[in-house]
Design a protein around this ligand. Sequence first.
Ligand code: C5P
Length: 219
Amino acid sequence: MGKPLIVTIDGPAGVGKSTMAKQLAGHLSIPYLDTGAMFRSIAWKLGDGAWDWDKDRIQMTLDGMNFGLSGIGEDSVLTLNNTPVGSEIRTEQVGMWASNIATLPVIRTFLKTAQQNLGEKFSLVAEGRDMGTVIFPGAPHKFFLDASVEERANRRFKQLSSMNKPADFDELKDQISKRDHQDRNRVVAPLKAADDAITIDSTEMNKEQVFTVLKDGVA
Ligand code: C5P
């Protein structure tokens, strides 16, 4: 068996990384890895304020955690201790908790090992913030997906409205801006494009156009 193929997609909150990563993984018939979901599910398990705990207490909890991955494309399933990661992690509040714990080296070191272990076992489309820079620096295909904060808030607003969930555009824009600021400015593994990544500004592009760039990039 050859070495697994790794494709990385990084970018800020709400830019559509997951949608594109799922679609590209389906096209390549490989799993997609949502690393944001790994940070979110740890944040959810640890709970509010865990970013202020001492390192040993966090480490002890992490020692009992084990991530797994199965399936292909949009049917990829991420598990934590053999249970599929659920929709409870998909709120903006848990996103902020995730961003808070994502500043801690103890968390990043743990997830780096978990993510790299999955990348040894499987070919992956891996999406997150530091896939191309830190986790898989040797990946042959790297993308950085970007869009203005207004456009990203707008997409999230439409998505929530279509699910009949309450949404406030200004609040969404504010939450996304805050999370981005924290993710771009942290000391360890900040959000940024790898030097050898293809950057796609999708502000004025539709999904099909973005997908075409990704598909052509890996061809
Ligand atoms: O992508 P998603 O919004 O689910 O990510 C939640 C948070 O997890 C991000 O705001 C970021 O702080 C953190 N994260 C990270 N590195 C990754 C993926 C996510 O720091 N590779």
